[in-house]
Design a protein around this ligand. Structure first.
Ligand code: GLN
Length: 485
């Protein structure tokens, strides 16, 4: 899709300004229902589009993403615009600088249409934890778009953006991509700079794209990847053009299917998955059953390490340094004697009012796991098991080139179905979490549908690569996509 639009721009069939305007028109028409966007960055978008048009008029060459409109999860700082992370505590927070990915996109001439809705601080699997609004799945408006990057997934699925960025700590790009029937890529930990991304769990967070096609995901990844002196965990990497690695050829590749994942599948999802495995075989890949024996510990390990990092990362939201402060409520009619009387009360009240229930739950869990006397039993133990999970992948990759499984054990669920039972919600990420714990890259792409109530609900397949082998998973997913019926 991006290459076609690029062609239209350079052939002067459409201007970047017109293309951008067209997308704002779609947003105006559809977003009342879908609710993907929290903020539109219209002024910025039109300014960027104008620059691209001037460049084209001067006969200058433009990059593939130049003039192509996209959307940004509200977890990422865009200078001068509201960046809320889906939380009331950052309601009035204007980002004072651009995240590195935004800086790169702006320099590359990409158009930023706006900021998208998400679960508060990226905690959730349905976007129902946003402090602001509901985002509906464009495929079936009675269902959730997944989460936490639900707004970014819905924007692309609903035709309200060509591409978008999300963040993925335990599945927040891949699971919503699977639910909305689009492509979602979580790069290797370190591939993309996290500078300017509001931190959830810093040892797991990565930024990545949502797109309609695998090739588009490769193009967006090329634009945002690379080493960054502002993020010490970003890895040295060459300036790869990932889209140049899409050959459509996977003959001879060995794809491992983990038995621990397949065991959890049932019914039509299992059927669709098995059919997709046959497709890979037909394309010449060799399929092997493999074992990732520590899979069963991934969820508990994630919920100890992630919450520990959350409790530490979110300590800075205290009403002093960022966003709202409990005193601000004076303007909203709270009486004088209800206001905090000293510094400690200011901290406590700000966090009580500013954070939602799920965020508070995780801060409490993490604080407990890190507290003296429990540290060894929980945090330290979880770190050790994390190493074993990583080792499972290392061992598997001695025998296979790629690993393949479904992205989720289910399709998009209805609103309210899981909000009363956090554990049920957590289980939605059972196939995505190990990938973050190991730090490997993974892509979700549509492999079929489940028909329910007359709606074709998408099912996503997940290809997991070796560390820094994004081209491997992109190439295999692209080969599958080219041969989709
Ligand atoms: N759904 C998972 C969670 O709630 C993953 C979130 C994420 O990847 N940001 O923790």
């Amino acid at each position: 899709m991006i290459k076609e639009l690029h062609q239209k721009l350079i052939n002067k069939e459409i201007t970047a300004t017109q293309l951008t305007q067209d997308y704002f028109d779609v947003i105006l028409k559809k977003d009342g229902e879908i609710g993907a966007y929290l903020t539109l960055t219209k002024e910025l978008a039109l300014e960027q589009a104008q620059l691209v048009d001037e460049k084209i008029a001067r006969g200058q060459e433009i990059g593939l993403l130049e003039g192509i409109p996209g959307a940004i999860k509200d977890m990422l700082c865009v200078e001068g615009y509201r960046t809320t992370a889906g939380s009331k505590i950052l309601d009035n927070y204007l980002a004072p600088y651009d995240a590195t990915v935004i800086k790169k996109l702006k320099e590359g001439g990409a158009i930023i249409l706006g900021k998208t809705n998400q679960d508060e601080f990226a905690m959730g699997s349905s976007t129902e934890n946003s402090a602001y609004q509901v985002t509906r799945n464009p495929v079936d408006l009675s269902r959730v778009p997944g989460g936490s990057s639900g707004g970014s997934a819905a924007a692309v699925a609903g035709g309200e953006a060509v591409w978008s960025l999300g963040t993925d700590t335990g599945g927040s790009i891949r699971q919503p991509a699977s639910f909305c029937g689009v492509v979602g890529l979580k790069p290797t930990y370190g591939r993309v700079s996290r500078y300017g991304a509001i931190a959830m769990a810093s040892s797991l967070d990565q930024i990545g794209p949502f797109t309609q096609t695998v090739e588009d995901a490769a193009i967006v990844l090329s634009a945002i990847a690379g080493e960054d002196p502002l993020d010490a965990t970003s890895a040295k990497s060459s300036d790869k053009k990932f889209e140049d690695y899409l050959t459509g050829e996977i003959a001879g590749k060995v794809i491992g299917v983990p038995k621990e994942y397949v065991e959890k599948l049932e019914g039509e999802i299992l059927e669709v998955f098995e059919k997709s495995v046959e497709k890979f075989k037909a394309l010449g890949a060799k399929i092997e059953t493999i074992s990732l024996p520590h899979t069963q510990y991934a969820l508990p390990v994630y919920y100890i390490l992630m919450t520990s990092e959350v409790s530490s990362n979110l300590a800075k939201f205290d009403g002093v340094k960022f966003g709202m402060r409990a005193d601000d409520l004076l303007d909203s009619g709270v009486s004088d004697n209800e206001l905090p009387k000293n510094l400690l009360e200011t901290y406590l009240d700000t966090r009580k009012i500013g954070f939602g229930d799920e965020v508070k739950r995780r801060i409490m869990l993490g604080t407990y796991a890190l507290s003296a006397g429990y540290y060894d039993a929980y945090y330290l133990k979880a770190q050790k098991v994390r190493a074993l999970i990583r080792r499972d992948f290392e061992k598997a990759y001695e025998k296979v080139d790629l690993i393949y499984c479904p992205t989720c054990p289910e399709v998009a669920f209805k609103f309210g179905e899981k909000t009363t039972d956090p554990l049920k919600m957590y289980l939605s990420d059972i196939f995505t979490i190990s990938v973050n714990l190991a730090g490997v890259p993974a892509i979700s792409f549509p492999i079929g549908f489940l028909e329910i109530e007359g709606k074709k609900l998408p099912i996503g397949g997940q290809l997991i690569g070796k560390w820094f082998d994004e081209e491997g998973i992109l190439n295999a997913a692209d080969a599958f996509e080219r041969n989709r019926e």
